[in-house]
Design a protein around this ligand. Structure first.
Ligand SMILES: [Zn+2]
Ligand SMILES: [Zn+2]
Length: 122
């Protein structure tokens, strides 16, 4: 056995091993980079959602009618179609003109709205 051959084989193993290790490191780094890009885009999406939430809310009541349709007592004066007959699938088939019986909600603000207002100060 010629010792030179042993060295050649050892060096081949080493360099091969190094290349393999370097490849692994590169893959790991790329994965981390991808993960980072994911995080950045997630952050951006979150910011867009916050910006959307920060927009002044439409002056629309929970009954979907404009707040201007409500009187000072909060009663909605919008005319609505009230179903008076239903088919066997509980789908309304006949409507009659009626008045929206909404009593505009005047209690404490919903939490999400409070948050939105705080965020717009930033
Ligand atoms: Zn209303
Ligand atoms: Zn209404």
């Amino acid at each position: 056995m010629n010792w030179n051959w042993v060295w050649v084989i050892l060096i081949l193993f080493w360099t091969g091993g190094f290349a393999w290790a370097a490849d692994n490191v590169r893959t790991a780094l790329r994965h981390r980079h991808e993960r980072r890009m994911e995080l950045i885009s997630a952050e951006r999406r979150e910011r867009q959602a916050l910006e959307a939430a920060g927009k002044p809310p439409e002056p629309v009541c929970g009954c979907t009618h404009h707040l201007a349709k409500h009187d000072k007592q909060g009663r909605c004066h919008e005319r609505v179609e009230v179903p008076v007959a239903w088919d066997e699938n509980k789908k309304p088939v006949r409507y009659e003109a009626g008045q929206c019986n909404c009593q505009q909600y005047v209690g404490p603000q919903p939490l999400s709205q409070v948050y939105a207002e705080e965020l717009t100060d930033l």
